[in-house]
Design a protein. Structure first.
Length: 541
């Protein structure tokens, strides 16, 4: 029961730790990595707070050392999904009506636990199972996840404060109810923070959730489950299931009480889920909310007024950090002829300095790509480029999956703006460059806008403000996150709300009030203090 209008702590971004040689955080993290790497962990599903072990398991192997087994996770049959749904619905009554302060407190506590005792564990799990280097694990699995929890609590209270005006004699108020039913969260492999945020954002607003993490993120998902439990999340609010995504989705989407999809992953999976929801529409109690953040083909465009070293650095960082497996990673660049030789020289010099290998060695900037399917897809595109006389590999081009799924950071030069790797999302450390005639800069912006179906992130480089303004206008709908003189990656919660439109998603901006609004259904309450007693209006007189 609330007896006051409470303010929540001011949300601030979690400072990123440096992990410099000799620092205590580096020693703790590398020691935790070593211990966890040698353990064999058995990861259950979590339904109604209970650990569910089916005996039907799959191994977890680090992408950079795929013969080494660090654990197994248990997978569901249809009956487990049915139980997860009924359990969530049973938990709904208490969770949807508990004071918002209790829910806020759980996620604020989760943020503090993660900033402290859970930090090394969450980062190490992400390094091991998703092959992120120390810095990439820190900015994702710790800082971004902490920021999601803190800022979402703050945004929730901003939403609640948004109330209508009331004329004399009446009192209008809106209450932000959770959706009627349960939310289905499906998360991708590439960000531990996104995996936590998809179920947590909906749960914070009072919803109950069935969460299906990616098979390739189960290891760090288990640390998230432990974190939520220690923070005090009641049983049944977030139920975690693993297994065949088609079977799970068929079962979930057939439920009359399905009321929202919170998805992040690839475009074709999302489109199929949307279609399936459409086909079932007559069956649902309420129109389901559909939120999906999906694929990208993110660009860097440079004008001849830009600095070649800055452009090259943005390409190297923006394309190769986390092996190009950020949805925001740059993978196509448009460079003017007069700048190309200088940009190329810097790209080659910087890329040759990059070390690749296990994240256990912090001097490795690039680690392995997530799994064999991804490795084979990226390698086949690189091999096709090698064999194609129309394109040239400027740097990189090697790959080796004997120990881990390692792909050398690779830059391809093409004469065709619609070449395969200029338009398809590869999700790997591959950048393709198209060089345009300086005078045709405006036409090249149209190519950026029209060459792909995506519109997630993009960056333009120029020191000429007329050009910057023109580029911003022509590319108005080409990116949901648009960068000027910066790489197109590294969005920070509370500063750059993230998401794209066109085939890249519903652009509901993760880490913002817009996203949280999707998990509420407003009830307007109008109260009249002295009710009328005569039906006749004055005009009838
Ligand atoms: P994915 O689409 O393969 O998998 C995402 C999730 O969907 C996983 O949990 C997976 O098990 C599940 N899934 C797979 N097939 C399914 C099906 N038929 N029905 C239901 N669920 C299914 O994506 P991924 O490889 O894990 O992640 C990479 C993709 O995610 C890239 O396309 C990337 O651009 C995108 N992504 C986008 C954002 C964003 O904010 N726009 C953020 C991160 C990742």
């Amino acid at each position: 029961m609330a007896r006051g209008f409470f303010n929540v702590p001011k949300a601030v971004n979690e400072p990123v730790k440096g992990y410099a040689p000799g620092s205590p955080e580096r020693e703790e993290l590398l020691a935790t990595y070593k211990t966890m790497f040698q353990q064999n962990i058995d990861i259950p599903m979590h339904i109604n707070g209970k650990e569910i072990r089916t005996g039907n398991t799959k191994n977890i192997t680090p992408p950079h050392d795929h013969k080494h087994i660090v654990g197994q996770y248990h997978i569901a049959d249809k009956s487990h999904i049915d139980t997860a749904i009924s359990t969530a619905l049973a938990a709904r009554e208490a969770w949807s009506s508990v004071s918002w302060m209790e829910r806020a407190s759980i996620f604020l506590k989760a943020a503090e636990l993660l900033a402290g005792p859970y930090r090394a564990k969450m980062n190490a799990a992400t390094m091991i199972a998703q092959s992120k280097n120390v810095h990439q694990a820190e900015i994702d699995a710790s800082c971004e996840m902490i920021d999601f929890f803190r800022f979402n609590v703050s945004y929730m209270t901003d939403i609640f404060k948004d109330q209508p005006a009331s004329s004399p004699g009446i009192w209008n108020r809106v209450e932000y109810r959770p959706l009627e039913g349960f939310v289905y969260a499906i998360s991708p492999f590439n960000f531990t923070s996104i995996a936590a945020n998809l179920p947590a954002a909906a749960a914070l607003m009072g919803n109950v959730v069935v969460w299906k993490p990616s098979d390739h993120q189960a290891y760090s998902a288990q640390v998230i489950v432990d974190l939520f439990k220690e923070a005090g999340l009641p049983d049944g609010v977030i139920n975690v299931v693993y297994g065949d995504p088609v079977m799970i989705s068929d079962t979930v989407l057939a439920s009359r009480n399905f009321s929202g999809l919170h998805f992040t992953g690839s475009t074709h999976v999302f489109k199929n889920l949307w279609k399936q929801i459409g086909n079932n529409i007559h069956h649902y109690k309420t129109y389901p909310r559909i939120v999906g953040e999906t694929g990208g083909k993110d660009f860097i465009w440079a004008h001849n007024s830009s600095n070649p070293l800055q452009v090259a650095t943005a390409i190297v960082r923006g394309s190769f950090e986390y092996q190009g497996q950020k949805c925001s990673a740059a993978s196509r660049a448009y460079i003017p002829q007069s700048l190309w030789e200088a940009v190329k020289k810097h790209i080659i010099a910087q890329t040759k300095e990059i070390k690749m290998g296990s994240p256990e060695d912090p001097s490795n900037f690039v680690n392995a790509v997530i799994h064999e399917g991804s490795f084979d897809k990226i390698a086949s595109h690189i091999d096709a480029a090698k064999a194609d006389k129309e394109v040239e590999i400027i740097v990189g081009g090697n790959h080796d999956k004997s120990v881990g799924y390692f792909i050398e950071p690779t830059v391809i030069l093409t004469k065709s703006p619609t070449y395969a790797t200029m338009t398809a999302e590869l999700f790997g450390p591959v950048m393709t460059v198209y060089v345009y005639e300086d005078a045709a800069w405006e036409a090249s912006l149209k190519l950026v806008d029209e060459s792909t179906e995506f519109a997630l992130t993009g960056a333009v480089f120029s020191t000429d403000r007329y050009i910057v303004e023109k580029a911003s206008k022509i590319l108005e709908n080409a990116a949901g996150n648009f960068y000027i003189n910066d790489k197109p990656t590294g969005a920070v919660v509370g500063q750059q709300p993230f998401g794209g439109a066109r085939a890249s998603g519903t652009n509901d901006k993760a880490g913002s009030a817009q996203n949280l609004l999707r998990w509420t259904s407003v009830r307007l309450i109008k109260e009249t203090f002295v009710s009328p007693t005569d039906f006749k209006y004055p005009f009838l007189g």
